[in-house]
Design a protein around this ligand. Structure first.
Ligand code: R5P
Length: 280
């Protein structure tokens, strides 16, 4: 068994290799002058475990080529997708749209014996695959990081409430979520019901930080309500533009993400949780 580390999450691949006591395979990954990708596996492998995101677009092609190359040399190919890009379009919202989460699944499983997804945007994404899929939950790893540091975990919306609840159980603190009420066509009120946040140390936890708009709004509202300190965390930190800086400027003490997408904020590794699934 060897790990094939794609370009997107080398730190996670390295952590995984260390925890599982397996080697990282010798693989060449290059770009031609026109931007096209070239990959070559430089050794014999019986069982390949590929670690690669489907985000941004160029990593998708790299993943497909790594899968194709692995299928040609190995007997078994497992694919770990730390951040399942294209997962947010998981249904038809308006007639005429594609379901990108489903299309990606169809393409990925062509050259995979099994797939591991880490906190895909919605759990039902697993049903788009016809091959065995395991879902890895990074929330316990994030919660461990915040043990003893916070008094409550806040979900920025109802969709992230299950994460706040789970993290709070591990940390041993309270949890809640923002409720959105539409005031008018262009005004939405966000509030936390049944919890006094004044003087509390709070962790806002979301699955994805993209533009950072959701997180910033949540921080501003908690500051208005006189929270003692605010931490911002996510599983997948995309940090589009200068989202990270703007979140920090909004007044949070620390910004934390995992190593599904490698950034300066990847302070929590999901490698242990992934290794548990690979050992099953
Ligand atoms: C939405 O459903 C997700 O859980 C995140 O809240 C969202 O992707 C965050 O986006 P942004 O950082 O652009 O506000």
């Amino acid at each position: 068994m060897k790990i094939i580390a794609g370009s997107s999450s080398p730190m996670l691949a390295k952590n995984l290799a260390r925890i599982m006591s397996v080697e990282i395979a010798d693989v060449s990954i290059k770009r031609f002058p026109d931007g096209e990708c070239y990959v070559k596996i430089n050794e014999e492998i019986d069982h390949a475990i590929i670690v690669q995101n489907t985000y941004p677009d160029e990593n998708i092609v790299e993943l497909f080529l790594l899968q194709d190359a692995a299928r040609r040399v190995a007997n078994k190919v497992d694919v770990i997708i730390p951040y399942y890009g294209y997962g947010r379009q998981d249904k038809i919202f308006e007639s005429g749209e594609a379901i990108s989460a489903e299309k990606m699944a169809r393409l990925i499983e062509q050259d995979a014996d099994s797939i591991i997804l880490i906190n895909p945007h919605k759990e039902h994404i697993r049903n788009f695959f016809t091959k065995p899929v395991e879902l890895c939950d990074a929330v316990p790893a994030v919660a461990e990081y915040f043990k003893g540091k916070v008094d409550a975990v806040i979900a920025p919306d109802k969709g992230a409430l299950y994460m706040a609840k789970k993290a709070a159980e591990i940390i041993g603190c309270g949890y809640n979520h923002f409720e959105k009420t539409r005031i008018s066509s262009n005004e939405v009120k966000m509030e936390i019901k049944d919890m006094d946040v004044e003087d509390k140390r709070l962790l806002i936890l979301d699955d994805i930080i993209s533009t950072g708009g959701t997180m910033r709004k949540a921080i501003e509202l908690l500051k208005e309500q006189k929270a003692a300190s605010i931490y911002a965390a996510c599983i997948h930190g995309l940090f589009i533009g200068n989202a990270d800086e703007r979140i920090l400027q909004a007044g949070c003490s620390e910004l934390v993400a995992t190593d599904t997408i490698e950034t300066a904020y990847s302070k929590v590794s999901v490698a242990k949780e992934v290794a548990k699934l690979l050992r099953l």
